[in-house]
Design a protein around this ligand. Structure first.
Ligand code: SF4
Length: 591
């Protein structure tokens, strides 16, 4: 089928063998690749109840049909597995440059299972699959690992010219449940602990290169389409905002509505917001807008600290979510210090959202006398030490490395921990943006902001944030469209440029399939139901879709808002109904 190679690479790490298997057109037509194909492969290949850190858990790298084409926002890959952080479905995506190299190998997906007996890194190209000893890489941070792998390829593979590297830092090696897979230094498949899974398989890095080029159905249409989109988006306000301020612009936007999570979810606005917002970033760091391949939005901030003790520190970031996690939840009141903590997480391979949440949770535990440890809000050096302790599983870091559920249980703070299914939310308080409550509750990977990005319609007043009635319908519409984004694997920030009709054009141009909105929605619903089935197989019940009790009871001081349990129950009930599931959120056997 056009847009695909119709083949996947299966690698058995236990005996270091591999095989190439065909993928039938019917499967690709039914799922459109990406998330859909990955979910099908996980359901087929992962034994139910598998230990996420055990050899039988599969880890799947996938590019979508648009990867390797010139479609804007297409340089993105997905990683899918069973999460060690939640025990449920795991999906995580990353931009940068790597997806283009993955797409040149000639495979639609690379599946890992088993475990290597010794540390190794894997080279995947159109000329073969090679396993390399990673003894000298083990223990290195992500930046050094990427540099070394690239240098090896440059020296030993004259045909490669360039390559893409994904790798883990010490956190992934040590099995930290929220370890990331990093690429291009600062880009990461950041959530649900995919770095811990690849680390459990003794894989330090994967390198992709090749010269294969997928055939697309209508190259002329692709060419014209990308030209038209770039022209039409030139004056788009959203594009201009992302380009000029990047995601840190959300600090002010969220603070203005009292939904910027602060002081471990006790407040909705930080008094020091002006020292951590987009203006502060652009004032205190030298910033150049930076883009993934195939992108004109360039939301990335390539930034160098201008003055002070971190002068010269270079980073792509910090992104809004990192600013919220350290600047909001941990109340660090300096953008340079947040950049410093961001850099530590990137090098060690920690998810900044989970790491910031856990650091703030530890601060709360200390303040309440639950643990004996020296740390408080706005103490960046002590937070930095704690991050290192998490990555190397030292002291209380060992407890935190197991994730929020385990830490809360150990410290007797389960009623205070903020998470859904073991994953901490992003920087959108659902007491103010109630649709985000539904998003956190129903995302298959836990409290995720990206599956529906429902903060967007609520902030844009497309729907009243307090409205409950009828919200699930609109929410599902957004989620469905973004599931199609995840099958094609497109960047979220193109969501305003790619409504349903545009997605239909992209699919037609790349794959040749003529799909209308209803057909795309059916595919999305099938994929959503498949992820639900995966999770139910792993023990999920509707109780796992509930929000932390604090959101129901603890009033935000600025807005006096909560989301009541009744409101959340109604949202869930309506959502299950729209999806065609029963009152307990269980899909019918036959659909
Ligand atoms: S908008 Fe940002 S994340 Fe998306 S492709 Fe462009 S640079 Fe990458």
């Amino acid at each position: 089928m056009k847009g695909f190679y119709n083949q996947i690479l299966k690698i058995n790490l236990s005996n270091k063998s591999h095989q190439i298997e065909p993928v039938a057109d019917e499967l690709l037509e039914g799922y459109l690749g990406g998330k859909g194909l990955a979910t099908h492969l996980l359901l087929e290949n992962n034994p139910p109840g598998v230990d996420p850190m055990g050899p039988e858990n599969h880890l799947i790298f996938i590019t979508g049909p648009v990867s390797g084409t010139s479609i804007w926002g297409s340089c993105r890959y997905g990683v899918y597995t069973k999460s060690p952080q939640t025990g449920f479905y795991s999906e995580s995506y990353s931009g940068g440059t790597v997806a283009d190299y993955m797409a040149r190998t000639g495979f639609d997906a690379v599946m890992l299972h088993g475990a290597s007996s010794d540390p190794c890194w894997i080279e995947v190209s159109d000329q073969g699959v090679f396993f390399h000893d990673a003894g000298d890489l083990w223990g290195l941070d992500t930046f050094e690992t990427e540099d070394r792998a690239k240098a090896w390829i440059k020296e030993n593979r004259p045909d490669a010219k360039k390559c893409g590297v994904v790798c883990i830092g010490p956190a992934g090696e040590n099995g930290v449940s929220f370890a990331v897979i990093e690429n291009d230094y600062w880009r990461s498949a950041g959530r649900t602990g995919v770095g811990a899974v690849i680390g459990s398989k003794n894989i330090k890095a994967m390198v992709f290169w090749g010269s294969q080029k997928k055939e697309v159905a209508n190259p002329d249409l692709v060419k014209k389409y990308v030209k038209d989109v770039a022209r039409d988006a030139r004056d788009d306000a959203g594009v201009q905002a992302y380009k000029s301020k990047g995601t840190p612009m959300m600090v002010d936007i969220m603070s203005n509505v009292g939904s910027f999570p602060t002081r471990y979810w006790h407040k909705g606005e930080a008094a020091h917001r002006e020292s951590i917002n987009a203006d502060a970033l652009h004032e205190h760091l030298d910033v150049t807008p930076n883009a993934c391949l195939k992108c004109f939005i360039a939301c990335g901030r390539l930034a160098v600290v201008k003055k002070g003790r971190h002068k010269g520190l270079k980073i792509e970031g910090p992104e809004y979510e990192t600013i919220y996690a350290f600047g909001g939840l941990c109340e660090v009141d300096s953008i340079e210090e947040i950049a410093y903590l961001n850099d530590i997480c990137d090098r060690l391979g920690l998810d900044t959202i989970s790491a910031g949440n856990l650091a703030a949770f530890a601060i709360e535990a200390v303040r309440q006398g639950k643990i004996n440890y020296d740390i408080d809000y706005n103490e960046p050096d002590k937070i930095a030490d704690l991050l290192k302790d998490m990555a190397f599983k030292r002291g209380i870091g060992e407890t935190l490395a197991q994730g929020i559920k385990a830490a809360a249980k150990k410290w007797g703070m389960e009623d205070q921990a903020i998470h859904v299914k073991g994953l901490e939310p992003a920087g959108y308080d659902p007491r103010v943006l109630k649709g985000m409550g539904l998003a956190y509750g129903t995302s298959p990977r836990g409290a995720c902001h990206l599956r529906a990005t429902f903060y967007k319609p609520e902030l844009a007043k497309m729907i009243d944030p307090d409205q409950i009635e009828g919200k699930a319908e609109m929410f599902t519409e957004w989620e469905d469209r973004l599931i199609i984004f995840d099958t094609l694997i497109l960047c979220r920030f193109y969501r305003d440029l790619y409504p349903w009709e545009e997605l239909a054009t992209i699919i037609r141009a790349v794959t040749g399939l003529e799909l209308d909105r209803g057909q795309m929605k059916t595919i999305a619903n099938n994929i959503s139901t498949a992820t639900r089935r995966f999770n139910i197989r792993e023990g999920l019940t509707s109780e796992d879709d509930k929000l932390p009790k604090r959101f129901y009871k603890e009033v935000l001081p600025e807005t006096k808002k909560v989301i009541t349990e009744e409101e959340m129950d109604r949202l869930l009930k309506d959502y299950y109904q729209v999806r065609g599931w029963d009152e307990q959120g269980v899909p019918p056997v036959t659909s």
